[in-house]
Design a protein around this ligand. Structure first.
Ligand code: NI
Length: 169
Protein backbone atom coordinates (compact mmCIF):
# COMPACT_ATOMS: atom_id res chain seq x y z
CA UNK A 1 0.00 0.00 0.00
CA UNK A 2 1.10 3.54 -0.47
CA UNK A 3 -0.03 6.93 0.65
CA UNK A 4 -1.36 9.16 -2.10
CA UNK A 5 -1.03 12.90 -2.58
CA UNK A 6 -4.24 14.78 -1.75
CA UNK A 7 -5.10 17.66 -4.08
CA UNK A 8 -5.68 20.94 -2.28
CA UNK A 9 -8.31 23.52 -3.05
CA UNK A 10 -8.22 25.64 -5.26
CA UNK A 11 -6.50 23.03 -7.50
CA UNK A 12 -8.64 23.05 -10.69
CA UNK A 13 -8.36 19.24 -10.97
CA UNK A 14 -10.77 19.02 -8.00
CA UNK A 15 -13.50 20.24 -10.32
CA UNK A 16 -13.21 17.32 -12.74
CA UNK A 17 -16.39 15.25 -13.09
CA UNK A 18 -15.57 11.59 -12.39
CA UNK A 19 -16.60 8.82 -14.77
CA UNK A 20 -18.13 5.55 -13.56
CA UNK A 21 -15.81 2.69 -12.57
CA UNK A 22 -16.07 0.27 -15.49
CA UNK A 23 -14.90 -2.81 -13.64
CA UNK A 24 -14.19 -3.61 -10.00
CA UNK A 25 -10.85 -5.33 -10.48
CA UNK A 26 -7.45 -5.56 -8.78
CA UNK A 27 -6.48 -2.10 -10.02
CA UNK A 28 -9.53 -0.63 -8.26
CA UNK A 29 -8.92 -2.69 -5.11
CA UNK A 30 -5.31 -1.43 -4.95
CA UNK A 31 -6.60 2.11 -5.29
CA UNK A 32 -9.12 1.45 -2.49
CA UNK A 33 -6.34 0.19 -0.19
CA UNK A 34 -4.19 3.23 -0.97
CA UNK A 35 -7.11 5.58 -0.42
CA UNK A 36 -7.86 4.06 3.00
CA UNK A 37 -4.21 4.36 3.99
CA UNK A 38 -4.22 7.99 2.85
CA UNK A 39 -7.51 8.81 4.60
CA UNK A 40 -6.55 7.16 7.93
CA UNK A 41 -3.11 8.83 7.90
CA UNK A 42 -4.77 12.21 7.40
CA UNK A 43 -7.38 11.42 10.10
CA UNK A 44 -10.26 12.00 7.70
CA UNK A 45 -13.66 10.31 7.75
CA UNK A 46 -14.01 10.15 3.97
CA UNK A 47 -12.02 10.46 0.76
CA UNK A 48 -13.16 10.59 -2.85
CA UNK A 49 -10.93 9.35 -5.70
CA UNK A 50 -11.19 12.85 -7.21
CA UNK A 51 -9.12 14.14 -4.28
CA UNK A 52 -6.20 11.89 -5.22
CA UNK A 53 -6.51 12.91 -8.89
CA UNK A 54 -8.23 9.71 -10.03
CA UNK A 55 -11.43 10.76 -11.73
CA UNK A 56 -13.55 7.66 -11.27
CA UNK A 57 -16.65 7.26 -9.10
CA UNK A 58 -15.12 5.76 -5.98
CA UNK A 59 -15.35 6.81 -2.32
CA UNK A 60 -13.93 5.42 0.92
CA UNK A 61 -15.51 6.27 4.27
CA UNK A 62 -15.05 5.41 7.92
CA UNK A 63 -17.23 7.38 10.33
CA UNK A 64 -16.74 4.99 13.26
CA UNK A 65 -15.11 6.17 16.50
CA UNK A 66 -12.68 3.25 16.51
CA UNK A 67 -11.71 3.70 12.84
CA UNK A 68 -12.48 0.07 12.14
CA UNK A 69 -15.53 0.21 9.88
CA UNK A 70 -14.17 0.86 6.39
CA UNK A 71 -16.90 1.40 3.82
CA UNK A 72 -16.34 1.43 0.06
CA UNK A 73 -18.80 3.05 -2.36
CA UNK A 74 -18.24 2.46 -6.07
CA UNK A 75 -20.53 4.21 -8.57
CA UNK A 76 -22.72 5.47 -5.69
CA UNK A 77 -26.21 6.82 -6.29
CA UNK A 78 -28.59 8.59 -3.93
CA UNK A 79 -31.91 6.75 -4.33
CA UNK A 80 -33.85 9.01 -1.99
CA UNK A 81 -33.20 12.00 0.24
CA UNK A 82 -35.26 13.27 3.19
CA UNK A 83 -37.12 16.54 2.87
CA UNK A 84 -35.80 17.39 6.29
CA UNK A 85 -32.49 19.20 6.08
CA UNK A 86 -29.81 19.79 8.64
CA UNK A 87 -27.11 22.44 8.92
CA UNK A 88 -23.92 20.58 9.79
CA UNK A 89 -20.29 21.56 10.12
CA UNK A 90 -18.01 20.16 7.44
CA UNK A 91 -14.32 20.00 6.77
CA UNK A 92 -12.34 18.46 3.93
CA UNK A 93 -8.88 16.94 3.52
CA UNK A 94 -8.54 19.09 0.38
CA UNK A 95 -9.24 22.26 2.39
CA UNK A 96 -7.27 21.67 5.60
CA UNK A 97 -8.06 23.81 8.68
CA UNK A 98 -11.28 25.17 7.13
CA UNK A 99 -14.63 24.22 8.67
CA UNK A 100 -18.03 25.67 7.92
CA UNK A 101 -21.71 24.83 7.89
CA UNK A 102 -23.54 23.29 4.94
CA UNK A 103 -27.26 22.57 4.63
CA UNK A 104 -28.05 19.04 3.37
CA UNK A 105 -30.82 16.42 3.59
CA UNK A 106 -30.53 14.74 6.99
CA UNK A 107 -31.10 11.22 5.63
CA UNK A 108 -30.28 9.56 2.31
CA UNK A 109 -30.77 6.11 0.83
CA UNK A 110 -27.64 5.08 -1.06
CA UNK A 111 -26.92 2.37 -3.59
CA UNK A 112 -23.38 1.45 -4.65
CA UNK A 113 -21.02 -1.41 -5.39
CA UNK A 114 -18.67 -2.66 -2.67
CA UNK A 115 -15.02 -3.71 -3.10
CA UNK A 116 -16.11 -7.09 -4.44
CA UNK A 117 -18.37 -5.42 -7.00
CA UNK A 118 -21.54 -6.48 -5.16
CA UNK A 119 -24.55 -4.19 -4.97
CA UNK A 120 -25.21 -2.70 -1.54
CA UNK A 121 -28.04 -0.40 -0.49
CA UNK A 122 -28.37 1.32 2.88
CA UNK A 123 -29.96 4.21 4.73
CA UNK A 124 -27.60 6.80 6.10
CA UNK A 125 -28.24 9.46 8.72
CA UNK A 126 -26.16 11.71 10.93
CA UNK A 127 -22.44 11.88 10.19
CA UNK A 128 -22.62 9.09 7.61
CA UNK A 129 -25.34 10.89 5.60
CA UNK A 130 -23.33 14.11 5.67
CA UNK A 131 -20.13 12.32 4.69
CA UNK A 132 -21.69 10.35 1.80
CA UNK A 133 -23.17 13.54 0.32
CA UNK A 134 -19.93 15.50 0.78
CA UNK A 135 -17.88 12.77 -0.92
CA UNK A 136 -20.40 12.32 -3.74
CA UNK A 137 -20.12 16.05 -4.40
CA UNK A 138 -16.38 15.55 -4.96
CA UNK A 139 -17.19 13.05 -7.73
CA UNK A 140 -19.22 15.79 -9.43
CA UNK A 141 -16.28 18.20 -9.09
CA UNK A 142 -17.79 20.11 -6.18
CA UNK A 143 -15.86 21.09 -3.05
CA UNK A 144 -17.98 22.05 0.01
CA UNK A 145 -16.62 25.61 0.10
CA UNK A 146 -18.56 26.23 -3.13
CA UNK A 147 -21.72 26.33 -0.95
CA UNK A 148 -20.31 29.24 1.03
CA UNK A 149 -20.51 32.93 0.17
CA UNK A 150 -18.22 34.45 -2.44
CA UNK A 151 -16.53 36.46 0.31
CA UNK A 152 -15.75 33.36 2.38
CA UNK A 153 -14.52 31.48 -0.69
CA UNK A 154 -12.14 34.28 -1.59
CA UNK A 155 -10.77 34.28 1.96
CA UNK A 156 -10.37 30.50 1.89
CA UNK A 157 -8.55 30.60 -1.47
CA UNK A 158 -6.13 33.20 -0.12
CA UNK A 159 -5.55 31.13 3.02
CA UNK A 160 -4.97 27.93 1.01
CA UNK A 161 -2.54 29.57 -1.41
CA UNK A 162 -0.58 31.03 1.52
CA UNK A 163 -0.53 27.59 3.21
CA UNK A 164 0.78 26.01 0.00
CA UNK A 165 3.55 28.59 -0.24
CA UNK A 166 4.49 28.06 3.43
CA UNK A 167 4.54 24.27 2.89
CA UNK A 168 7.03 24.69 0.05
CA UNK A 169 9.53 26.48 2.27
NI1 NI B 1 -13.88 16.63 1.03
Amino acid sequence: MSKLNILRYPDPRLHTVARPVAQVDDRIRRLIDDMFETMYAAEGVGLAASQVDVHERLIVIDTSDLRNEPRVLINPEVMAASEEQVLGEEGCLSVPTVYDKVLRPSRVRVRALDREGLLVEFDAEGLLAKCVQHEMDHLMGTVFVQYLSQLKRTRIKTKMLKQARDDER
